[in-house]
Design a protein around this ligand. Structure first.
Ligand SMILES: Cc1cc2nc3c(=O)[nH]c(=O)nc-3n(C[C@H](O)[C@H](O)[C@H](O)COP(=O)(O)OP(=O)(O)OC[C@H]3O[C@@H](n4cnc5c(N)ncnc54)[C@H](O)[C@@H]3O)c2cc1C
Length: 507
């Protein structure tokens, strides 16, 4: 083996990001080729939230060789087909951002253009009628896939809800079985090479030194190495995404367990609701610039779906990203690399995406400036694309019942988002850029759901007659109706495949 290969990886932090990183290093590089050491501190603990995911998590688990049902059983998990947004456009509204597509592309033209023409002519119901995930969600149904060729049931885009603490424990067991070394202890000092500034080791409380070639900073918001040691700097995006606080509070399990996350907007902020097998995850996200912790607390308590378990966990954050996620021989992953609020459940995905990008650019021990620059520019693009998508939800509100919504409706947005909005409104085709996480159908779901109207549709749709258009759309609806009729109830699917047997100790 090349002596310039990295031999010693050190991961500091044992939250979701630390254990996802350690598991991936153990699986992809292999502990026969390197040592992977993870240091975590029970005394500091983890952020303890982060329970809703998006579909690429399914592929990440597969890459690691994790059996999805086993993971769901151990984490009290449920399935997720999308996110329902309640009261976002206007009070009383409800729309969904479903995973997957609306209808199907016809003669190379995106389905939306056909729908738009028909809808404006009064020949079609709303966009929701053309999403399998949306239709299934409303019936509380779920299926991963069915062996039916050319059917939307062949592969249903889905993700998971799980208990964040149990997920980290699951990955810890998985990683240590792969040969990852776990060290319990608090890092007190980070040792650097005096000439290069590269990190050479970390010293634990009590004096033990752990040396390494490459370090992952998974220490959460504090960014122990990337910020406190390397002073990398942080780009603040709170002018676009002003929420800076959350209170998380588990409540008792609910029935039915909707196979989607709920995001409910209030005057104060917005609330998440995530049904797990053993309990329900809830929390409110808000800005202290516009409301007090007390008011947010009252709103949360007044809108719980079941009895509270314990007291709320108060969290503070600053929306933005680290100026460089990779600096010298340190790569920040997870909250240490930046945070955008959990509106579209993107953080765990950004962890996964950083890990995969690192493998695709896997550096040698020295001379990796090219890889580092490439990594940082891709992360930058990806974060900005997620940021723009999140801003859209706030900017496109018509609500005027609080200072928060008035600010958001009127705030200037980044040029990249403004360009996208202009393109959509003109009736042109939205395009997905290379590093963009959310595809055209995701953008359409939010734009249409929040009453942002396009002026036009593609002229190519005029190639077919109105009669033909009507019949294509009606056929699509019939197929989706047949598909959802054939799907089992979400709870029955869980019972058959991944029901947790032993009551969980975590809540
Ligand atoms: C309100 C809220 C809701 C969220 N909801 C979602 C969601 O629905 N979906 C989603 O994808 N993401 C969500 N997230 C983000 C998600 O929680 C995180 O991305 C994820 O948990 C990863 O966190 P982390 O591992 O980076 O940090 P943490 O969980 O904070 O872990 C940090 C680790 O570093 C260790 N550590 C810190 N300092 C030291 C030290 N000096 N020595 C040793 N160890 C140390 C700690 O002990 C801990 O193990 C949410 C975040 C917030 C704030």
């Amino acid at each position: 083996m090349d002596t310039n290969n990295i031999k010693n990886f050190v991961v500091v932090g044992g939250g979701t990001s630390g254990w996802m990183t350690a598991a991936a290093l153990g699986r992809v590089i292999g502990t026969e080729n390197c040592t992977v050491t993870l240091i975590e501190s029970d005394e500091i603990g983890t952020v303890g939230v982060g329970e809703a995911t998006i579909p690429p998590i399914v592929e990440f688990n597969k890459l690691l060789g994790i059996n999805a049902d086993e993971m769901l059983r151990e984490t009290q998990g449920t399935f997720k087909l999308g996110i329902e947004f309640i009261n976002w456009g206007r009070i009383g509204d409800a729309y969904m951002h479903p995973f997957g597509v609306f209808g199907r592309t016809i003669m190379n033209v995106s389905f939306w253009h056909y729908w738009k023409k028909a809808y404006d002519l009064g020949l079609s119901p709303g966009l929701d009628a053309y999403s399998l995930n949306w239709a299934a969600s409303k019936k509380n149904k779920f299926l991963r896939s069915a062996n039916v060729a050319n059917s939307p049931l062949a592969k249903i885009p889905h993700a998971y809800h799980f208990d964040a603490t149990l997920y980290a424990q699951f990955l810890r067991k998985f990683s240590t079985n792969l040969g990852v070394n776990r060290i319990e202890g608090r890092v007190e000092h980070v040792k650097q090479n005096p000439d290069s500034g590269f990190i050479t080791g970390v010293t634990l409380q009590g004096g033990k030194l752990i040396e390494g070639d490459f370090f992952f900073d998974c220490t959460g918001f504090r960014g122990l190495m990337i910020e406190q040691t390397l002073k990398t700097g942080y780009e603040d995006w709170s002018c676009y995404l002003p929420c800076n606080s959350a209170q998380a509070l588990p409540t008792e399990a609910i029935t039915p367990k909707h196979p989607y996350t709920k995001s409910i907007a209030h005057s104060d902020g917005w609330q998440w609701r995530i049904p797990l097998q053993h309990r329900t995850g809830n929390g409110i996200v808000y800005s202290t610039d516009f409301t007090s912790d007390e008011n947010a607390h009252k709103t949360l308590m007044a809108n719980l779906p079941s009895a509270a378990i314990g007291d709320p966990n108060q969290l503070r954050f600053l929306t933005g990203k680290r100026k460089q996620a990779w600096n010298k021989n340190c790569l920040a992953i997870g909250l240490a690399s930046g945070f955008m609020e959990p509106l579209e459940s993107t953080s765990i995905h950004l962890v996964q995406s950083a890990i995969m990008r690192f493998f695709s650019l896997l550096p040698r021990k020295t001379e990796f400036k090219t890889e580092m620059d490439r990594f940082n520019s891709s992360v930058d693009e990806e974060f900005r694309s997620v940021r723009d998508f999140l801003i859209l939800h706030y900017k496109a509100t018509k609500r005027d019942d609080s200072e928060l919504w008035n600010y958001c409706r009127n705030m200037p947005v980044p040029d990249s988002l403004q360009d996208k909005l202009e393109l959509y409104k003109s009736g042109s085709w939205l395009e997905r850029n290379k590093q963009e996480l959310f595809g055209v159908d995701s953008w359409l779901a939010v734009l249409d759901g929040q009453h942002v109207k396009a002026r036009n549709y593609s002229p190519l749709v005029d190639r077919i007659t109105d009669e033909k258009l009507k019949s294509i759309l009606s056929d699509t609806r019939i197929v989706l109706e047949q598909c959802t009729t054939a799907m089992p109830k979400h709870e029955d699917f869980i019972k058959e495949h991944c029901q947790t047997q032993i009551p969980a100790s975590s809540n």
